[in-house]
Ligand binder design. Structure first.
Ligand code: NAP
Length: 495
């Protein structure tokens, strides 16, 4: 099976924050890979923009280093690297002053109907509004321009609303691309394909047949190096409100009538709005916060955050309930944390046991069917089935995983590894193509904050501190209890 590549139309992409970590680690390598795949037209122009005083050559030298660090040697051919570097240009601009904006306008030149113009804001969110204003002031926004913004999109509903309002003074909703790179992952899109392109699962995809769902995003690293920044947000704002909420929506949403951006996003929004709000009592019973202790070669969260009194969580687990016909009675357990046993993200859908077992002496040790959608480390899908243990030993049952790793399915042969396109590659090309399906709409973001804000407020009002947990463990004890109380168990955090 070979991936088909559909070339995009000619474009000018201006990357604000072009000298930063995201641009060097993800955006430039991603664009290079799209050129390699034949998806990027050779007359595309990429403008780096940041305050650093660089010229085109200086920026190309920086980009060359980025490719050397973040693109494998096998994927780098000298001619292609040169072709890519020649597409790069640089303009020094300051988001907080008039510096450089007229040069940017000059270098972009007059709007050309045949070219897409996109502005990617890979800068701190406090600059989003100012950059949008200055783009408008310098006259470079065309009716067909797009603006791409990175998380965090606000820190609560009010600030997210203010950001949406500010962006909407210069861009229509159809021009605003709010990136959640989880939505660009192959598996996440495959979740939609599995649900809506197969007749097999959809009849079972409801509270009658699904016992519960577990969504896990586990990281093995801590917040070292950016502890004081992270301490202003915490796991709820950093992971749950955006990435995990999106995963929950795609798992739980009704089939959209069409696979088009607004049909998909309407259905996701309905899920968020159907989440049962949590009162302070619910928050105490259905959520758990944690902070990692020192260990596995690293300092404690409190040391990393440089605040011995910090009440910010590096771990959160919670039980979410969706109050609608499809899901009433099926809990969605979410957990995410730093410095856990391993890096691993998955959605695990646990089906109910058969209504009656004819293998009465066997069932106790067996679990029911489960569909595991793995996002990392290796994207893939596993269906856990119960079968007869092969051999003449009588009717003994055993569990087997039906496993599909996408890299294998995409054509890896004889042990060679096929490179899976990074989420950013797909998403940037979607911006150029004008396809918003995998981007969040403003009302979705605000609705997600509306659900998480009262939880964060209840934690603050309680005066309680997050529970410490060992680095390299699977999280705080209370998180285990959250499921034990319901007669369930978390899946192991393992790669
Ligand atoms: P970063 O490494 O700190 O880079 C910030 C960039 O902004 C630099 O290029 C900096 O260049 C530029 N900049 C700073 N002040 C500026 C100003 N006044 N005018 C114009 N440019 C200015 O940050 P990052 O990690 O790349 O993150 C960028 C954005 O992506 C943030 O919103 C972050 O939350 C989000 N994000 C990042 C990641 C990631 O993996 N890094 C993942 C998800 C989301 P100069 O100093 O030369 O101006």
């Amino acid at each position: 099976m070979v991936a088909r590549t559909i070339p995009v139309q000619p474009f000018d992409l201006v990357v604000f924050g072009a000298t930063g970590d995201l641009a060097r680690r993800k955006l430039l390598p991603g664009l290079y890979h799209r050129l390699q795949a034949g998806q990027m037209p050779e007359d595309a122009r990429i403008f780096g923009a940041a305050r650093s005083e660089l010229d085109d050559e200086g920026y190309r030298a920086m980009a060359r280093e980025a490719l050397e660090s973040f693109v494998t040697k096998d994927d780098r051919t000298p001619e292609l690297v040169e072709t890519f570097l020649n597409m790069l240009h640089y303009v020094a601009v300051d988001a907080s002053s008039d510096e450089g904006w007229s040069t940017l306008a000059e270098r972009l030149g007059p709007a050309d109907d045949g070219r897409v113009r996109a502005f990617y804001l890979s800068v701190a969110p406090r600059f989003f509004g100012a950059i949008a204003d200055r783009l408008a002031g310098s006259g470079v926004i065309t009716p067909d321009s797009r603006i791409v913004v990175e998380k965090p999109l606000g820190r609560d509903q009010e600030s997210a609303h203010a950001l949406n309002e500010r962006l909407s003074t210069h861009f229509t909703e159809a021009q605003i691309y709010r990136i959640d790179h989880y939505l660009g992952k192959e598996t996440v899109q495959n979740l939609m394909a599995i649900r809506f392109a197969n007749a097999l699962f959809e009849p079972l995809w409801n509270a009658r047949h699904i016992d519960h769902v577990q969504i896990t995003v586990a990281e093995s690293i801590g917040v070292e190096g950016r502890g004081s920044y992270y301490d202003q947000s915490g796991a709820m704002r950093d992971m749950v409100q955006n990435h995990m909420m999106q995963l929950l929506c795609l798992t739980a949403m009704e089939p959209p009538a069409h696979f088009d951006p607004d049909a998909v996003r309407d259905e996701k929004l309905k899920v968020i709005r159907a989440l049962s709000p949590m009162s302070p009592t619910d928050v105490a019973r259905k959520t758990v916060r944690g902070q990692y202790r020192a260990g596995t070669g690293g300092a404690s969260y409190l040391e990393d955050a440089e605040d011995a009194d910090s009440a910010t969580e590096s771990y959160v687990a919670l039980r979410a309930e969706i109050a609608n016909w499809r899901w009433s009675g099926t809990p969605f357990y979410l957990r995410t944390g730093k410095r856990l046993r391993t890096r691993m993200s998955e959605i695990a859908v646990f089906f109910k046991d058969p209504p009656h077992s004819i293998f009465t002496d066997q069932v106790s040790s067996l679990h029911g069917n489960a569909l595991i959608i793995r996002l990392q480390p290796d994207e893939g899908i596993t269906l856990r089935m119960t079968i007869k243990d092969p051999g003449p030993g009588g009717m003994r049952l055993t569990e087997v995983p039906l496993d599909m790793t996408f890299a294998d399915a995409m054509g890896a042969k004889n042990g060679t590894k096929v490179r899976m396109p990074d989420a950013y590659e797909r998403l940037i090309m979607d911006v150029i193509r004008g396809n918003q399906t995998l981007f969040m709409r403003g009302d979705e973001v605000e609705a997600a904050w509306a659900w998480t804000d009262p939880i964060i407020a209840a934690w603050g009002a309680s005066g309680e501190k997050p529970q410490p947990y060992d680095s390299g463990s699977s999280g705080p004890e209370d998180a285990l209890m959250l499921l034990h109380r319901d007669g369930r168990r978390w899946r192991e955090i393992a790669s």
